[in-house]
Design a protein. Sequence first.
Length: 500
Amino acid sequence: MVSKPSSVLAFDLGASSGRAIVGRLDSEAGQVTIEEVHRFPNDPVKVGDHLHWDILRLFHELKQGILQTKQLGYTDIESLAIDSWAVDFGLLSKNGELLGNPYHYRDHQTDHAMEKVFAKVGREKLYAKTGLQFLQFNSIFQLAAIKERNPELLERAETLLMIPDLLRYFLTGEKHSEFTNATTTQLLNATTKAWDAELLDQLDLPAGILLDPVPSGTRVGALTEDICADLDVASIPVIAVGEHDTASAVVAVPALDDHFAFLSCGTWSLLGTETMEPVLTEQALAWNFTNEGGVYGTNRLLKNIMGLWLIQECKRTWDKEGKNLSFAALVKLAEQAKPFQSFIDPDDDMFLNPQHMPKQIQQYCRDTQQVVPQSEGEIARCILESLAFKYRFVLEWTEQLTGVTYPGLHIVGGGIQNELLCQFTASATGREVWAGPVEGSALGNLVVQWIALGYIANLREARKLIRNSFPVKTYIPEDAAGWQAAYATFCQVASRSRMK
């Protein structure tokens, strides 16, 4: 008797858009197929001086995704799960109601928050406890800023839920904290895997609002009767997967070896490797690497890099000016521009949330006595070359921390559709680049659901299944001498940021 394929639903929420994807697993053929059933924008909303996520709109879009799934004939969905960006959260009152729209991680409330936290805890001690890269928007700094600016909000809060946890709560009525996303708060102890009581006490943050994290792959409820009645669907179990989208993306890296380097490429670029234990050395601290929880007991040693946000923001600015260039058109213009004219450190603080990204890039080049890019193509090329060089820089640091030499770099995520960036990365690093799959986070979400449901045995089998189901494109380094000479210039120019 031929077994019936298993269907599950993944919601993959990025910082600029979200999508609902149905996955079909044919166990006998050893193949996964996917279909995007719903896509929607995820635009932040500025109210007064603050930037927020439109969380109720996102909840509405989740319901539309479930409805679209049914209307397309997928009536046999066995489970669903949500992954999203990290660090942001919602606060619930004692009666379970949301206390305002969650703040966006690019909101300026966390300006100078790091220094104030370091004054209470100490930078070295905080890293030894949490192993997390210092970024001003980490949850710990958001909470410290709220504590200082709006303490009444924390006093009214009974529960903190990260974004996927919050949306799951809206769907199921159950409150759970998932492990991989909890590790991004910089409040979870990297060694004990529990909330750090001493740290919370030192910062006078309410420990009671934090729920004990559940492991990825845990069933955490089902659609409520109200949701089922509203959408006219049967109840669907809900599973906590690797709810930090990078955790899910790393699950989907189609690596054949246990030791591999990855780049999850999208609005953010996250480059590193998978280890079994956190790396908490003085050198990891000095280089500001992060240790984030992975699925099934793994650790993700990596660095956040500003990523395609740079070019997305340039496009947004140019759109407002009436230029309306597609991303494909910008890549073409970048390809035609003269190479190696000017560079930026993508992680300089001036690029975190500027009013006018193209002018910021020009100012950086002016400040560092470089050729100032003028055209859209020149600015786009400056961004793409600089990203490729930053990838090389972080990849080499990763090798020094782990003692492993990586023959190439796996790239997953939507950024692989920018083939020029993939080629630049191969040439800048001097190694092969293996690009694919595009829907990395969604696929990682899907296969963890299938592991939880008993269809896939383990992570190794899941990665083999993904490799057999989706194409991987190989990029070979070009013009080694030219890229090597340009890299020396990049390092010199970017030293103004001390290569964060």
